[in-house]
Design a protein around this ligand. Structure first.
Ligand code: GDP
Ligand code: MG
Length: 682
């Protein structure tokens, strides 16, 4: 039926933020004093992480690990694949949470926004910092819900690597595919974790095949499962030819045994492992010349003798080059396979310095950071999560915000260690920091040390960019580059009483800084406040947060969807207008064609055929364009704005003395004919 017109409501992604009032905040003043005197100190966390209690380090190395030991990673997955459960296990095994969180009980650390707990989904990303075997891992929990891909995009900008979690019984699912493509776009090296190996229907081979086929990736099988579904007990480390078995009596999976596979007791498994290892070696040698030289030179007779470290280093290189993806497996829920996953994160995913970032050269060591999350805390005001790309952050530092062209001072600097925020004296490039006191900064802003430093960087960037034939200097300094789409869902919101309007305005102002996809406007006719969001769930959650976090019981009007109309085929129309007004004759004749635009455009694109004279156009261009644009304000289907259309004026004849109003009228009549033709087609 709808052959020529189509209506669409663009379902853009939604972004959300969290509130931190459940977080506890820990000052370690004593530690700061010790730092000043450069005395070593012992970390004292609630339970010792992967580091023993006797581990003594200077606070500086605790806070600012060597950049080679930093891993900024995200976990991405289709909803329900087990991202939150895996994150919780990671936090537990690294020692930063004392008990195992459970998404089904609603007590996980990363899903700390109340709505998330109730809904059991991770809506927004929270960054947590943890240490694992001497590595600093900053974990950005990216949302898995299909509607929150904008949030995912912003987080990807901040990551150096990612773990893709799959449900081993389902293989690659829709959302994973979307996020995988986004990660491709941002060139993020990945490793895959086939989770839920304990679940009925789990199949390692099926999941690996689906990675190969649907994601068009080259899986590097680094582990083999021992058992599947109900019989799943552990994994084989293919690289080291060892089996890892989790004690079935242990209720938290902390204890597991790592044993070399032996000819005597694991004959079959050993054979399988050697085969897997040999094909892994061949696969990697195919992708990495250095490794190929090694293998073909020294070890061509016997691949079995290739040292594990050499193989690991080569897997690291091909992962970094995104030529292949290491695949591991386990069951987060049953506490199996998470520790080796963490080992793999540190072994195979890159450090910040291994990632190419063209911004770094322009700043030459000056501060450059991206605000990737803003939260509001009742006591501390706005908290801004920053990824530092270059330079150093210290408390009390004045910084310049390029997006807002303003300078402001931060007060304190924190590390987001799981549910504890630790106050720190400085933080260097590669790290994720949480700052207090930045009142203007919003999600997505680029922060530098001063305006002059930004200008200097822009000059260097300008030089570099011009070599590549581009010029937009200031723009190229903005790190995020994630465009916030126009909202498509609208809804009025009313405070419980007129006296509460300022409170509502205040709440909405803060929420907007946290979440750039939320827009608030005032209806000029009714004077009502209108929420504009990315979808029903988005608006619902904003409503919920106003109630929970600001204690305001607001009323929402009916939800309205901003439909748009467009044209699918081209239509031509002609019209002649011949009037005598007073003693003047007004005569205009026009022929135009309306067709789908080649590129998306909010306002109609207008073109003129060569036969339409330049002189004629000079006098009447404005009249023509105003007629076309006003015709596009209301489409023929629902009266919604028309977009993605182009109009070509094929001929125009104007009798001397004809007023421009008559030209507008003639074009309007043509457009009206186009509408009628389209209507007749339905
Ligand atoms: P997310 O949506 O990716 O964050 O997934 P969740 O961590 O919230 O998990 C979704 C559901 O899968 C929950 O009911 C978990 O208990 C369950 N789940 C998570 N990991 C596993 C696993 O390894 N095995 C099984 N059988 N279920 C799991
Ligand atoms: Mg989740």
């Amino acid at each position: 039926m709808f052959t020529k017109w189509r209506i669409f409501a663009v379902n853009h992604q939604r972004t959300f933020s969290v509130h931190l009032n459940t977080m506890c905040y820990c000052k370690i003043k004593a530690n700061l004093k010790r730092l000043k005197t450069q005395l070593p100190l012992t970390r004292n966390y609630s339970s010792a992480p992967g580091i023993a209690g006797s581990d003594v380090k200077s606070l500086h190395s605790v806070i600012n690990p060597p950049v080679a030991k930093i891993r900024n990673i995200g976990i991405m997955a289709h909803i329900d694949a087990g991202k939150t459960t895996t994150t919780e296990r990671i936090l537990y095994y690294s020692g930063y949470t004392r008990s195992l969180g459970d998404v089904d009980d609603g007590d996980t650390v990363t899903d700390f926004m109340a709505q998330e707990r109730e809904r059991g989904i991770t809506i927004q990303s929270a960054a947590v910092t943890l240490d694992w075997k001497g590595y600093r891992v900053n974990l950005i929990d990216t949302p898995g819900h299909v509607d929150f891909t904008l949030e995912v995009e912003r987080c990807l900008r901040v990551l150096d690597g990612a773990v893709a979690v799959f449900d081993a019984s389902a293989g690659v699912e829709a959302q994973t595919l979307t996020v995988w493509r986004q990660a491709d776009k941002h060139k993020i090296p990945r490793i895959c974790f086939l989770n839920k190996m304990d679940k009925t229907g789990a199949s390692f081979n099926y999941a690996v095949e689906s990675i190969r086929e649907k994601l068009k990736a080259k899986p590097l099988i680094l582990q083999l499962p021992i058992g599947e579904a109900r019989t799943f007990q552990g994994v084989v480390d293919v690289v080291n030819k060892e089996k890892l078995l989790w004690n079935s009596n242990s209720d938290d999976g902390k204890d597991f045994e790592r044993m070399p596979l032996s000819e005597a007791s694991d004959r079959e498994l050993l054979k399988e492992t050697i085969e897997a290892r040999n094909s892994l070696i061949e696969q990697v040698a195919d992708l990495d010349d250095e490794f190929a030289d090694l293998v073909l030179g020294e070890f061509s007779e016997n691949f079995d003798l290739v040292p594990a470290e050499k193989l690991q280093a080569a897997v690291h290189r091909v992962t970094l080059a995104q030529a292949a993806v290491p695949v591991l497996c386990g069951s987060a829920l049953k506490n199996k396979g998470v520790q080796p996953l963490l080992d793999a994160v540190t072994t195979y995913l890159p450090s910040p310095e291994e990632r190419e970032d063209r911004f770094l050269q322009w700043y030459e060591g000056d501060l450059c950071a991206l605000a990737f999350k803003v939260l509001h805390d009742k006591q501390r005001g706005p908290l801004v999560f920053l990824r530092i790309y270059s330079g150093t952050l210290t408390p009390q530092l004045a910084v310049h915000n390029i997006n807002r062209n303003c300078t402001e001072r931060m007060s304190r600097l924190l590390l987001p260690f799981a549910d504890q925020h630790v106050e720190i004296p400085s933080l260097t490039a590669g790290n994720i920091a949480l700052t207090v006191g930045l009142k203007q900064t919003a999600t997505g802003d680029t922060i530098v040390s001063s305006k002059s430093s930004a200008l200097a960087a822009a000059r260097r960037a300008g030089r570099g960019e011009r070599e590549h034939g581009k010029k937009r200097e200031a723009e190229s300094l903005l790190l995020a580059g994630v465009e916030v789409p126009e909202p498509v869902f609208f809804c009025t919101i009313e405070p419980p009483s007129v006296a509460k309007q300022p409170d509502l305005d205040h709440a909405l102002e803060r929420l907007q800084r946290e979440d750039p996809s939320l827009k608030v406007k005032l209806d000029p006719d009714s004077g009502q406040t209108v929420l504009c969001g990315m979808g029903e769930l988005h608006i619902e959650i904003i409503h919920d947060r106003i109630k929970r976090e600001y204690g305001l019981e607001t009323y929402l009007g009916p939800l309205q969807v901003a439909y748009r109309e467009t044209i699918l085929n081209s239509v031509r129309a002609t019209d002649t207008l011949d009037r005598v007004l007073g003693d003047k004759r007004h005569l205009v004749s026009a022929e135009l064609e309306v067709r789908p635009a080649e590129e998306p455009c909010a306002v109609a694109k207008i073109e003129y055929a060569d036969c339409v004279g330049e002189d004629l156009l000079q006098a009447s261009r404005e009249a023509i364009e105003s007629a076309v644009h006003s015709a596009c304000l209301q489409g023929p289907l629902l009266g919604s704005p028309v977009q993605d259309v182009a109009m070509t004026l094929h001929s125009l004849m104007i009798h001397p003395g004809t007023s421009t109003t008559m030209v507008t009228a003639c074009i309007s009549r043509c457009m009206q004919k186009v509408r009628s033709t389209l209507h007749a087609l339905h």
